[in-house]
Design a protein around this ligand. Sequence first.
Ligand SMILES: [Zn+2]
Length: 359
Amino acid sequence: MRLIPIYESGMKALTIVPGKANSAAVLEVPEPPESDGAVLVRALELGICGTDFELISAQYGWPPPGSDHLILGHESLGRVEEAPEGSGFQKGDLIVGIVRRPDPVPCVACAVGEWDMCRNGKYTERGIKERTGFGSERWRTEPQFALCLDSTLADVGVLMEPSTILAKAWDHITRIGERAKWKPRTVLVTGAGPIGLLGAMMGKQRGLDVHVLDVIKDGPKPQLVHDLGGTYHTCQVKELNFAPDVIIECTGVADVIAQAMSKLGNDGILCLAGVSSHNQLENLDIGTINRKMVLANSVIFGTVNANRRHYEMAEEALLKADRKWLKRLISRREPLSNWQQALQRRHDDIKVVIQFSAD
Ligand SMILES: [Zn+2]
């Protein structure tokens, strides 16, 4: 890919040089190649998340073969500009791209469309691993790796991709829970960021008593949890006066994870959905943890990414949710020209979105 500095005419994209910290820049790039897929999309919005910050700080990230640059962005929302007949898309449709592509082998999971469970790690991901992201004014996708979104979801559709992560988490929590007769009553979500709040929302949709724990004491997060009908806690996990049936851990903080492991109720499930930084040493009594886990049928599991089924589940969850509440998860919309502000983390931010074009 040939890249030239911006502010000439042409298509702009938010890019990084993987492996080079703080290389984020808006550059002029070529139009998306047809090899990216037959559906041409005009970008509306792009959500920014922790993964993008990790990519920008060069913790990981891989450019497409033959390029130094990676177009950033995996939380997409766009309008179809061109789509072949029979593709399931028409000009004007609201569209969200699927992030991961199956590995070329493929492994047993990828072979049946469960690329989120890829066994050999040779999968690719748009905007993360060896594939162009959705952070450009126009992008293309194969029709089978995109979802035609309900037209009423335009104002919250950018929340689709983070919602798929929680749709998968809940899908797997349910499958694990149903190993035996299971009727969970309480869920604790640690971390009230977008992932935690969407997880709490889906817990509420399942009729659970929802608790959210975070260190932030003010700003919109406590009110959002309250308005969801949940209880907001700022204490330590170990200080809670109940033992949750389900815990969705979204902080990645070692101390929180350790406390969550000990706090789980009988037959409890701890879902690890937050990616930790390395080198967080904790003094753990594995003997006691093992005793407790064995004697309480506990399960601790990790979850990442999502397959097509989870995109469909996420869309259903967004359609069922209180739209006004959902809209409050989007703290700021910044035009592409303000991309530097969009990449600044502010105390009150929940989800920050870069706006590529008006709907
Ligand atoms: Zn695979």
